[in-house]
Design a binder for this molecule. Structure first.
Ligand code: GLU
Length: 521
């Protein structure tokens, strides 16, 4: 591989990693709470880029300790969307690995001894306060404009002592006992020294026996040998708690890198409730190419590559990104999620696809819209390649293809003519259609309509004859001359190039469509 930075784009897939002794281990740790969030892919991408560059490993851990928000189909969707993006993991619940299980709900026994140890050392304590009491306490603190946080009513009390007091609940939680001088400054790989607010006596074990995120993340990152914790900026305020847990347990903390949050154009945090583009499945539905989305996600927090002539090059592959990746180049300022930029990138990627590849990527969209069945015939596929070539430069999203492709797969009599296309037909439409019909009837169609087209019914001839008949013959400007023909052939105002479309449809079909519209007006 070239050693010069920003070498030629490589379209080669990331090669299977060869683990390097002592190499970093990174992870993405999504919670399966619904449709996978675009932030999960963004996080996975930066983790993976570094892991691959360093010959390290990348693992996927499912953080499903929040049983109230658990969603059963979410995990599979995570696998599907991350795989679709090519952000694949070396260890995980589905592929296994040396530190299995990789699902936190299956690791409850792992967390117990850590809790016991923290309790025994006085770093943690049981808390029997009922949720009602905690809510009341919070309300009061808010009203008095005091800092909110647990008031330590249970600290230092036995269960019996605590049971005498109001707001008692049978099943306790376990809380961290945060010392006055808790360290609140930590080193961040992207941001340097970061100061976070002083933590509250955080719950680490819930009444249902599940650990909270804070305990589980520390225990698992330690047990799984994670060397770099790369996660969203929203976790900065939690990091001092994690640092304390590492300290108390006598463990070496990993390096922390907090990525800037993705923001809407109004600077608000991207949420699935407010923005459909927060859902990874949305990008699939819209027909974005995974390679374009990966490129876009990288650019959100990373500068463009430098082209040979020194200018910025925004289009780059994952392999390039990973090869040249440096934490120092990550921009810590919250990136704006600008879909226009993604549309632009997607268009670039679509146009660069090899025709066969482009054609096969259209298939699921054509099937979804009922243009083709899931099992198209060879004839249908042959025609599709011809049509695909006409539209490849004309769409920004794969989901725009079905409307353009459909006219090529309906019987002439079944073609739906859009109202807006019909409405813009001028008075001279009949005259134009008549002239076109006569002109095209005169072209030799060869031995048959199936390829290879051995007659003269080719785009260039068609165009020449139609120009002769309509533009020159009738004296109608080209801009107005072909509208009625486009409407007749495609049923729409916007369609693939007219003469090429006629060639693909063949002489019989083209004439049948022209005659049909002629009869209807
Ligand atoms: N489960 C957390 C999340 O979904 C993981 C945060 C972390 O990476 O530590 O964001």
């Amino acid at each position: 591989m070239s050693t010069s930075p920003d070498a030629l784009p490589s379209s080669a897939p990331a090669t299977t990693p060869v683990p390097v002794e002592g190499a970093p281990r990174l992870r993405v740790a999504p919670s399966p709470t619904g449709d996978p969030h675009v932030g999960t892919a963004y996080m996975a991408l930066f983790n993976l880029a570094y892991a691959r560059q360093q010959g390290g490993q990348f693992l996927l851990r499912i953080e499903d300790t929040d049983r109230a928000r658990f969603n059963a189909s979410s995990e599979q969707q995570l696998y599907d969307t991350l795989s679709w993006l090519g952000l694949t993991w070396d260890e995980g619940p589905d592929v296994g690995g040396p530190f299995a299980p990789y699902r936190q709900s299956e690791r409850l026994d792992t967390y117990r001894p850590y809790v016991e140890r923290l309790l025994a050392d006085g770093h943690a304590y049981h808390c029997w306060c009922s949720s009602e009491r905690l809510a009341e306490m919070r309300d009061k603190q808010q009203k008095l404009k005091q800092p909110t946080g647990y008031d330590r009513l249970c600290h230092g009390k036995t269960q019996e002592e605590r049971a005498q007091l109001p707001g008692y609940s049978e099943t306790p939680v376990v809380r961290m006992f945060i010392p006055e001088d808790a360290p609140i400054v930590f080193d961040d790989v992207i941001r340097g020294k970061v100061t976070a607010p002083r933590p509250d006596d955080q719950v680490i074990l819930k009444a249902d026996g599940f650990p909270t995120y804070h305990l589980a993340v520390v225990v698992d990152d330690h047990e799984m040998g994670v060397t770099h914790v790369v996660r969203g900026e929203e976790w900065i305020s939690s990091t001092p708690k994690h640092v304390l847990l590492y300290q108390w347990l006598g463990l070496t903390p990993p390096a922390f890198a907090h990525m800037p949050l993705l923001r809407n154009t109004d600077k608000s945090k991207i949420s699935k409730r407010k923005n459909p583009a927060a859902r990874l499945t949305w990008f699939q539905e819209q027909g974005y190419l995974p390679e374009a989305l990966v490129n876009f996600l990288a650019l959100l927090a990373y500068p463009p590559m430098t082209a040979e002539d020194g200018s910025d090059r925004e289009k780059f592959t994952f392999a390039e990104f990973s090869e040249h990746f440096a934490w120092s180049k990550v921009n810590p300022v919250g990136p704006i999620f600008d879909l226009k930029k993604l549309d632009w990138l997607n268009g670039l990627y679509l146009r660069d696809l090899e025709l066969g590849d482009f054609t096969s990527r259209l298939l699921p969209f054509l099937e979804r819209e009922g243009v083709l069945s899931g099992n198209p015939t060879l004839g249908e596929l042959g025609r599709l390649k011809d049509v695909a070539e006409l539209i490849q430069t004309r769409i920004a999203l794969l989901s725009e293809a079905p409307a353009l492709v459909k006219p090529f797969y309906v019987a002439d009599g079944d073609l739906v003519i859009d109202e807006d296309a019909r409405a813009q037909l001028k008075e001279n439409a009949g005259e134009v259609l008549d002239a076109a019909i006569t002109a095209l009837e005169g072209i030799d169609k060869g031995t048959g309509s199936l390829p290879p087209n051995d007659g003269d019914f080719k785009a260039a001839t068609i165009e020449a004859r139609l120009r002769e008949a309509i533009v020159e013959g009738l004296g109608i400007k080209p801009r107005l001359a072909f509208g009625p023909l486009r409407t007749a052939v495609s049923g729409a105002r916007i369609s693939p190039p007219l003469f090429e479309s006629m060639e693909i449809l063949g002489k019989d079909s083209t004439l049948a469509r022209l005659r049909r519209l002629r009869a209807e007006i």
